[in-house]
Write a new protein. Structure first.
Length: 194
């Protein structure tokens, strides 16, 4: 079965975390946040990922974005979805939100060189989902798009470029490599538009 019980359970779990418990929205938009992890899951499915990688993609922000009252932990994911899913989700989870944007992004960038291909595939799908949305928003709103982010345009685009470059260096055969290259080109064009 393609639409397995494990995938259904992951969708329910992510929906509770992002939507039921906190009504989370996409930054600066009136769009439910749950659309993002579901998009990541679809991208992974289209890239031919295994069930566990798709499940990890759907759950990839649950630890990072859960509220203190309903905190999601690696152990919870391990109990419900198994060791592989828990490892991938933990691997792509950013360090503490209490750290500055620069520190978090720098640590995440450094971590790429030690990540498994499964983790890099989830990270790649996350970038594809976020960056294509960013590009579309930029086409409609221009530089105003970046007012809702924690870093200015130049810094945010430079970080995307560094992360994409690092992923492609570590894993040149990444099934999402062409998508990442297209995003890098589109974002390079965004740099010159003011």
């Amino acid at each position: 079965m393609i639409y397995s019980d494990k995938i259904k359970a992951a969708i329910r779990f992510a929906t509770k975390t992002h939507e039921v418990y906190q009504k989370q929205k996409r930054k600066g938009k009136d769009i439910p946040y749950i659309t993002h992890p579901l998009t990541v899951g679809i991208i992974l499915s289209r890239a031919g990922a295994s069930e566990d990688v798709i499940v990890a993609g759907i759950l990839h922000d649950t630890i990072e974005d859960s509220t203190p009252a309903k905190k999601v932990t690696r152990d919870m994911i391990y109990e419900r979805f198994g060791k592989t899913v828990a490892e991938i989700v933990a691997d792509v989870t950013e360090p503490s939100k209490e750290l500055s944007w620069d520190v978090r992004k720098s640590q995440s960038l450094e971590h790429i060189t030690h990540s498994s291909h499964d983790s890099l595939l989830v990270k790649s799908a996350d970038i594809v989902a976020n960056a294509t949305e960013l590009i579309k928003d930029f086409q409609k709103e221009g530089d105003k798009t970046f007012s809702r982010f924690n870093a200015p345009k130049d810094k945010a685009l430079a970080m995307y470029d560094r992360v994409i470059t690092s992923i492609l260096q570590v894993w040149p055969e990444n099934p999402l490599g062409d998508d990442l290259k297209e995003i890098r080109q589109a974002q390079a064009q965004m740099q010159v538009v003011r």
